[in-house]
Ligand binder design. Structure first.
Ligand SMILES: C[S@@+](CC[C@H](N)C(=O)[O-])C[C@H]1O[C@@H](n2cnc3c(N)ncnc32)[C@H](O)[C@@H]1O
Length: 240
């Protein structure tokens, strides 16, 4: 799972005992060599799925990390591209990889944008938000979009109960709950707190019109690996 250029077990342990923000600051230089970075096959499939829904001017990558979503915005958005994340370390990596993008350090639960973006995307970060935090996250994204703007959210489809992945993600969440019960600061990262029906309900409550479609990802990933769904949440157009 980890390449030789990825973090050592000791580094991962130190990171997991830190806060989310500090953990990603520490992980940032090696993040792209971990399985936590959204793979190119998922990014490519997202570009393909969104390319018929444009044209888009300004684009926003929420919880951009080292810039996975910025690579999706590049071919889709004719205007400025912005990434937002609260880890200064991850933003420094994104800045080096995407010199043409604007990188903003902010907490996604209090996004500092209003009505400026045609397209927002987010990859691989939902597990860092407790269900009670999703309304603030989704409200901020809706506020950041222009009327009629689109929020595209890629989510993993839960693995079948009989698959090893089901038990690995369940075990991971149990370990994190124990860790967070006995250790401060907390590191919020759970695989199983963002079921698709709950996400759809929260997006709808935030004022989006939501539809979803399976994301056709290249066979190499699907072959026994995770499956993905694309949630398309549209901010209503302004009243005439
Ligand atoms: C697993 S990484 C995903 C990075 C990138 N989107 C990708 O798919 O490769 C999660 C990212 O979410 C960021 N993050 C987590 N909670 C956040 C919050 N409340 N506000 C802003 N960024 C947050 C982390 O700093 C980290 O860069």
């Amino acid at each position: 799972m980890f390449s030789p250029r990825g973090p050592s077990l000791r580094e991962l342990t130190v990171q997991a005992l830190s806060s989310v923000e500090r953990g990603y600051d520490l992980l940032a230089p090696k993040f792209d060599h971990t399985p936590f970075r959204t793979p190119a096959s998922v990014l490519d499939a997202t570009v393909e799925a969104l390319s018929g829904l444009g044209p888009f001017e300004a684009g926003l990558d929420v919880c951009c990390g080292t810039g996975a979503g910025l690579t999706v915005l590049e071919p889709l958005c004719e205007g400025r591209r912005t990434g937002v994340d609260f880890s200064a370390g991850m933003l420094a990596q994104a800045r080096a990889a995407h010199p043409g993008a604007t990188l903003v350090r902010a907490d996604a639960r209090a996004l500092p944008f209003a009505d400026g973006f045609d397209l927002a995307v987010s990859f691989g970060a939902l597990g860092h938000f407790l269900p009670a935090e999703r309304p603030a996250l989704f409200d901020g994204i809706r506020r950041a979009l222009r009327p009629g703007g689109l929020f595209a959210l890629v989510v993993g489809v839960p693995p079948p109960l009989t698959s090893p992945a089901h038990w690995v993600t369940l075990g991971f969440d149990v370990v994190m709950r124990v860790r967070n019960a006995v250790w401060r600061p907390p590191f919020v990262m759970y695989y199983r707190t963002s079921p698709i029906p709950a996400l759809r309900a929260d997006l709808t409550a935030a004022g989006f019109t939501v539809r979803s479609a399976p994301l056709p990802v290249a066979a190499r990933v699907l072959d026994g690996g995770p499956r993905f769904e694309l949630l398309l949440a549209r901010k209503p157009a302004a009243a005439p």
